[in-house]
Design a protein around this ligand. Structure first.
Ligand code: 0PR
Length: 373
């Protein structure tokens, strides 16, 4: 495996030639501990290749991929506890979150409005607020990194169009108190959006209350290209009922279909087909097994770090955060480990399907070696 720059320097060939001749590696997953994406399941990879040239944005021309998208939404609905789901396969969690805010904005009756989100919310909501011209109100989290309900309650008002809850936060894998956030949203006539972009494919195997069945959830982001093991790009936007999706629809005069709800126009059928293939193969048993494996790995890693005297944030979903000196973090990165840090500087390891126990043991081995020096 050659990193991009050194591969380029070694050969002095232009990158396009390296790509054409398959001399440049995309990225090996061997040392990737930071990503929320993973190696696609083999069936997902194959389906992605087959549907690479299809465009679900044009159902009149590509009806087969459109039929697959309906399948995808039906299964996503099943996973998220929603009968009769509406939605579509988005490019990722960012698009799903932006579109959810757009629904809330367009449904609201006031002209100035706001969205209330815990500080653990993903930065895609900043983009949404910026693009859509709504005020984003960020409230603190509690001692366990979950939305602080009192803070949310005192922040919402008559102009709140949406309350955001995160089910599987990017930094600590926490699940916000979704039913309570739903009550707060209802009390001011706002929608409740759940960002389960990462958590959605592991939460069904936990007893967290996160889905449409438990609470007054209106919209949700749930991404097949994260824990769902589909190829990128495959995100999911789910909405409680068709009328919410209608808020997004624009007329499409020169297509055979009459309207389009997606943010992107042309989009890859690869994501759609691979999502269906992965979910057909893995839901529910394969995902259940994967969750158990990821959880054990996260617990193992948390223990290993604790034993070595580091402060560890107890994992609730398979994501481990721990306080590591900056110099150690940098040294591990120099060893080729792809690791990232939380906003406050903790090491963050996401136990995705490609992360094996052997990988983690080798990581801890490197950590021990580097800390001795
Ligand atoms: N919602 C949540 C909870 C997320 O974690 C993410 C992505 C998104 C939405 C946005 O999804 P898309 O990227 O598919 O649009 N999470 C992080 C990201 O921004 C994951 C991450 C974080 C990866 C830090 C690497 C890293 O070093 O990609």
């Amino acid at each position: 495996m050659k990193p991009y720059v050194s591969a380029l320097n070694a050969t002095l060939k232009p990158v396009n030639v390296l790509v054409r001749d398959m001399q440049i590696e995309p990225q090996s997953f061997d040392r990737v501990l930071s990503s929320m994406c993973t190696e696609p399941h083999p069936v997902a990879r194959k389906a992605a290749e087959r549907f690479l040239a299809t465009n679900p944005g044009d159902p009149g021309t590509y009806p087969n991929v459109t039929a697959l998208e309906e399948d995808a939404i039906a299964t996503l609905g099943e996973i998220a506890g929603l009968e009769d789901p509406a939605g579509y396969v988005a490019s990722g969690g960012t698009e799903a979150n932006i579109q959810a805010v757009r629904i809330a904005r367009d449904r609201a009756e006031t002209r100035t409005l706001n969205v209330v989100m815990p500080e653990s919310g993903h930065f895609s909501f900043q983009k949404a607020a910026d693009v859509l011209g709504v005020e984003l109100r960020i409230v603190p989290t509690d001692d366990d990194f979950r939305a602080d309900l009192e803070a949310v309650r005192s922040c919402v008002d008559a102009e709140t169009a949406m309350v955001v809850g995160v089910a599987g936060t990017t930094e600590y894998g926490r699940v916000d108190p979704i039913p309570e956030l739903g009550e707060i949203a209802r009390s001011v006539g706002a929608l409740l959006h759940v960002d389960a972009a990462w958590g959605g494919f592991v939460l069904p195997f936990t007893d967290h209350e996160w889905h449409f069945g438990h609470a007054a959830v209106d919209t949700m982001a749930i991404d097949p290209h994260k824990m769902g093991q589909a190829a990128v790009p495959a995100g999911g936007l789910l909405v409680r009922s068709d009328d919410l999706l209608d808020e997004l629809a624009v007329d499409t005069p020169y297509l055979e279909s009459t309207s389009q709800a997606t943010l992107t126009g042309t989009r890859s059928g690869a994501g759609v087909a691979s999502a269906v293939a992965a979910m057909d193969e893995l839901w529910p048993e394969g995902y259940r097994r994967q969750y158990a494996r990821s959880r054990h790995n996260a617990e193992w890693l948390a223990n290993a770090l604790e034993k070595r005297g580091y402060d560890v944030v107890d994992p609730t979903l398979p994501l481990v955060a721990a306080d590591l000196p900056r110099s150690t973090f940098d040294a591990l990165r120099d060893e080729g480990w792809r690791i990232s840090r939380t906003g406050t500087g903790e090491l963050r390891v996401v136990c995705m399907p490609h992360v094996s126990r052997e990988m983690l043991a080798s990581f801890i081995g490197d950590l021990d070696r580097l800390e001795v020096r």
